[in-house]
Design a protein around this ligand. Structure first.
Ligand SMILES: Nc1ncnc2c1ncn2[C@@H]1O[C@H](COP(=O)(O)OP(=O)(O)OP(=O)(O)O)[C@@H](O)[C@H]1O
Ligand SMILES: [Mg+2]
Length: 404
C-alpha cells in the first residue's frame, strides 16, 4: 500500500469498519475510503466467533481496497473490553552530558523506561501514553524536546490487555490474510475522533455507546488519565424492547431506530406505533410512549453506570469539558438530555466526527476516525526503526496528543 495511507480496523459488536486515511497538511487528515459490514462475531471486545470476524474483516477490507485502488497488507486495530486496564507508571533518564538539549530519542527512551513494569504473565502492554514530563524536577512539561536538562522523567498511562484476547484478534486479522500493524485502545481512539484539543486540555469524558459496550475515557491536561468499558450498550436497549413487547429482535431494532426516543416525556401521548408481536399474524397499534419508557429506563441505567465510572476515576471534579457522547447508541434522540438529567453536574454534548468531503456522514465512526487520526499524528513512533518488526516490539507511545 502507498506508505502515505493508513488503514485502520474497528471491530465493533454490531459492525466491522475499515477506514483508510492520509495525512493532509500540518495536522490534518483526509479520509479516502470507509466501509462497514454487519458482524456479530465480537462481543464486548472479545472474539466470540473467529471465522465470522475473519470473514467480515476480509469483506470490509476488500471494499475499502476497491475504493482506494490499493492493496492493504496491514491494519491498525482498535481493542476494547473489560480486559483492558490502565496502570500509572514512571520513567527516568539521566542526561549525559548534563545540561544538553533533550532529543526525540531521549523522550522515546524515557517512555520505554516507564514500560519496564511487571504485569501478570497472562497480560501484555498495548500502549504507553505520556501524561506529563518533568525536566530537572520542573513539572507539567508537555514538549521536552529542545529543552536543556540533566534529568528527564515521565509519568505514563500504560494500557494492558489479556494476551489471549489480543492473540484472538490478531488471528482473525491474519485469517483474513492481513497483518496487525499496531493495536490501540478504542476508548482513546474515540476521544481523539471527536474531542477538540481544548476539551482534552480542560478535562473531559468521552462516552462511546456502542452495541455491547459503553467505553469511557477521561482526558485531563491533554492526555488520557482513565479508561473503562461498561458491558451495556445499544443491543441491550433493543433486547429489552424485544423481551417486553414480545417481538423478534429485528422488529425491536426497527422500532427503536424508527420510533425510539431516550426520553419518554418528549413523546406525545397520542402518538402510536405499529408493533408486530411474535405469533401474531399482523401488526397492532401501541402507544409510542410505552416504547420510549422502556428505552428510557435502559438509557438511564447506562448514564448512571457512566457516572459511577467517573466517580471511580476520582477525576469528576476536573471535567469542565463535561461529557461528550458518541457511538451508534447515542444516536437515539434525547440521549444527551437523559445524561443531563442523571448527571446534572456535567455539561453534555453529542458528537460524531466529520468524514470529510469524500464520504457521507454516518454514526458509530468515532473509533475508526480516531484510530486513523492518532496513527497519522504518531506516524514516526509507529513506524519501525529497522525492518518489519512485529507490532509488540515497536515503541507504543504517544507524544503528538500532547502537542495537538
Ligand atoms: N439512528 C440510531 N438510533 C438509535 N440507535 C442507533 C442508531 N444507529 C445505530 N444505533 C444503535 O447503535 C448500536 C451500534 O453502535 P456502534 O456502531 O457504535 O457499535 P459497535 O461499534 O458495533 O459496538 P461496540 O462499540 O459495542 O463494540 C446498535 O445497538 C444500534 O441499534
Ligand atoms: Mg464501537
Amino acid at each position: 500500500m502507498n506508505s502515505d495511507l493508513v488503514a485502520v480496523l474497528d471491530l465493533g459488536s454490531t459492525k466491522v469498519t475499515c477506514l483508510v486515511a492520509s495525512a493532509d497538511g500540518a495536522d490534518g487528515m483526509t479520509i479516502d475510503a470507509v466501509a462497514s459490514v454487519p458482524c456479530k462475531g465480537m462481543r464486548r471486545g472479545q472474539v466470540a466467533d473467529m471465522s465470522e470476524v475473519s470473514r467480515a474483516i476480509a469483506d470490509v477490507v476488500r471494499r475499502v481496497e476497491l475504493g482506494v485502488e490499493e492493496d492493504i497488507e496491514s491494519l491498525v486495530v482498535g481493542v476494547s473490553g473489560a480486559h483492558i486496564e490502565g496502570i500509572s507508571s514512571q520513567g527516568y533518564k539521566p542526561i549525559v552530558p548534563a545540561g544538553r538539549k533533550l532529543t526525540h530519542q531521549d523522550v522515546l527512551e524515557v517512555i520505554n523506561h516507564s514500560r519496564s513494569v511487571t504485569i501478570p504473565a497472562d497480560r501484555e502492554q498495548i500502549q504507553s501514553l505520556p501524561r506529563e514530563f518533568r525536566v530537572d524536577g520542573q513539572r507539567n512539561v508537555h514538549k521536552p524536546v529542545g529543552m536543556p536538562g540533566s534529568k528527564l522523567e515521565v509519568l505514563t498511562y500504560i494500557a494492558t490487555g489479556q494476551s489471549s484476547s489480543l492473540q484472538n484478534i490478531e488471528q482473525c486479522v491474519n485469517g483474513a490474510g492481513k497483518r496487525v500493524e499496531q493495536m490501540l485502545i478504542q476508548s482513546l481512539a474515540s476521544g481523539v475522533g471527536v474531542l477538540t484539543p481544548e476539551e482534552m486540555d480542560l478535562g473531559v469524558a468521552v462516552v462511546d455507546i456502542g452495541g455491547s459496550t459503553t467505553d469511557v475515557a477521561i482526558f485531563v491536561n491533554g492526555s488520557i488519565a482513565f479508561s473503562a468499558s461498561i458491558p451495556v450498550g445499544g443491543i441491550a436497549v433493543s433486547s429489552d424492547l424485544s423481551q417486553l413487547l414480545k417481538t423478534s429482535p429485528e422488529e425491536a431494532e426497527r422500532l427503536k431506530l424508527e420510533s425510539g426516543s431516550a426520553l419518554a416525556k418528549l413523546v406525545d401521548d397520542k402518538d402510536s406505533v405499529e408493533v408486530l408481536q411474535l405469533g401474531q399474524p399482523s401488526a397492532r397499534p401501541m402507544q409510542r410512549k410505552v416504547l420510549c419508557e422502556i428505552i428510557q429506563s435502559r438509557m438511564k441505567e447506562i448514564a448512571k453506570l457512566v457516572g459511577k465510572q467517573i466517580d471511580l476515576s476520582n477525576l469528576g471534579a476536573l471535567l469542565p469539558g463535561g461529557i461528550v457522547l458518541t457511538g451508534g447508541g447515542s444516536a437515539l434522540p434525547a440521549t444527551d438530555q437523559v445524561f443531563t438529567d442523571v448527571l446534572p453536574r456535567f455539561k453534555v454534548r453529542i458528537a460524531e466526527p466529520s468524514l470529510g468531503k469524500k464520504v457521507p456522514k454516518q454514526v458509530g465512526m468515532a473509533t475508526a476516525v480516531g484510530l486513523a487520526s492518532f496513527t497519522i499524528q504518531c506516524f514516526d513512533e509507529l513506524t519501525p526503526a529497522e525492518g518489519e518488526l512485529p507490532w509488540r516490539d515497536r515503541v507504543k507511545s504517544l507524544f503528538s496528543i500532547l502537542s495537538r
